[in-house]
Every structure is written in structure tokens, then in C-alpha cells.
Design a protein around this ligand. Structure first.
Ligand code: ATP
Ligand code: MG
Length: 180
């Protein structure tokens, strides 16, 4: 499985539709401070189901919608689409290429789709949940987070590793079951 293409439109600093094609291997996004590199990473997290505005470096979810500049008015919606190569079948869906899309309207509503079929956020989260991608997975290491890992206590570090390995959700479930 690999991420093939990301298209953003009206998301944060990307007012016009902008497409990033990712080749296999390592991709580096370079540019001056404030040029939108981290916004690309935020777009990846968002389309994969991120629900925490703070994790997207904003105050409310509406902050992901292009807010306008001196030369360009604000937009009414943010849209991100991510195309994933699924030739290895890592995603439990019978398509070799899967495009997930998320739209947020300033008026409040949201739309989600998988391969152009409207769906719920939950469907996207479930599709990605066992693939190592998606919400609450430590596949995205933010600016400053590396320091946090290096300076964490042994116990916190164990938590991070367990979460990355997918053990934490099972441990939480077990603890919940014991409490009942
Ligand atoms: P650095 O190298 O400092 O980490 P960066 O390339 O990661 O910079 P980002 O944090 O991705 O930069 O982008 C910051 C820019 O995005 C700021 O100019 C900010 O005004 C702009 N921005 C963020 N949200 C919005 C929005 N909703 N509407 C318009 N612009 C936005
Ligand atoms: Mg940055």
C-alpha cells in the first residue's frame, strides 16, 4: 500500500485545487517557513479522519477552511481527497486504487466518500483502522513530537510504542472489561 495522490482545495493555505503526486519511496516537501508544508501533513491527517482541531493546529474545525488573504476572499468549503494504491490488498475493499474524500462546509455540514460513493466518517475510519493509517495512529510525527518521544518517561514511551503497534486499543478494552 502506498499513498499515491493528495488533492487539496480550499484547505488551509491552499485556496486553489492543488495536487501532490507521491512516488514510491520517500517524499520530501521543502519550502520556506509558512509556505504550507505542515498544512500538507494536516490535510493527510484530516482526510484520514482526524477529528481533533488541536491536532490540526487550529481552534475549531472550521479553521481548516481557507480563511482568505488580502487578495483573495475566504472560501465556503475545504475539500481533501487522498488516493491510495491498494494493489497489495492492505485495505479491506475490492479495489486496487482507493480514493477517500472529505469535505467540510462553513455552514457546518460534512461529506465523505470512498471511490466517489458517499459514506460516513466511520466508514473511512474503519476502512483504514487495521492498515496502520488513520486516526490516533502514530504514523504522523509532528514538529516537536520527536523531542517528546526522546524526553518521555519510560512509561509514556511504552504507551507510544504500544499505540503504534496497535496493542493499546486492546489493553484499553481489557481494562474496561475488568472494571465492569
Ligand atoms: P514552517 O517551516 O515554519 O514549519 P510550514 O511550511 O510548515 O512552515 P504551515 O504551518 O504549513 O507552514 O503554513 C502556515 C501558513 O498557512 C500560514 O501562513 C497561515 O496563515 C496559513 N493558513 C493556515 N490556516 C489557514 C486558513 N484557514 N486559511 C488561510 N491560510 C491559512
Ligand atoms: Mg511546519
Amino acid at each position: 500500500m502506498h499513498l499515491k495522490r493528495l488533492t487539496v482545495r480550499g484547505f488551509k493555505s491552499f485556496a486553489s485545487a492543488t495536487t501532490f503526486d507521491f512516488e514510491r519511496g520517500v517524499t520530501a516537501v521543502v519550502g520556506p517557513n509558512g509556505s504550507g508544508k505542515s498544512n500538507v501533513v494536516d490535510a493527510l491527517a484530516w482526510v484520514m479522519g482526524e477529528q481533533g482541531a488541536k491536532n490540526l493546529r487550529g481552534g475549531t474545525m472550521e479553521d481548516v477552511i481557507f480563511a482568505g488573504t488580502s487578495s483573495r476572499p475566504a472560501l465556503g468549503r475545504a475539500q481533501v481527497a487522498l488516493t491510495i494504491d491498494n494493489t497489495d490488498g492492505a485495505l479491506p475493499i475490492a479495489y486496487t486504487e482507493v480514493t477517500i474524500s472529505r469535505t467540510l462546509f462553513r455552514s457546518g455540514g460534512s461529506e465523505y466518500s470512498i471511490n466517489d460513493r458517499p459514506c460516513r466518517l466511520l466508514d473511512i475510519q474503519e476502512l483504514l483502522s487495521d492498515s496502520g493509517l488513520g486516526r490516533e495512529m502514530h504514523v504522523i510525527v509532528g514538529q516537536g513530537q520527536l523531542d517528546r518521544v526522546l524526553h518521555a518517561t519510560a512509561q509514556d514511551r511504552r504507551g507510544l510504542i504500544e499505540e503504534a503497534a496497535g496493542v493499546l486499543k486492546h489493553r484499553r478494552r481489557r481494562e474496561k472489561a475488568y472494571r465492569k
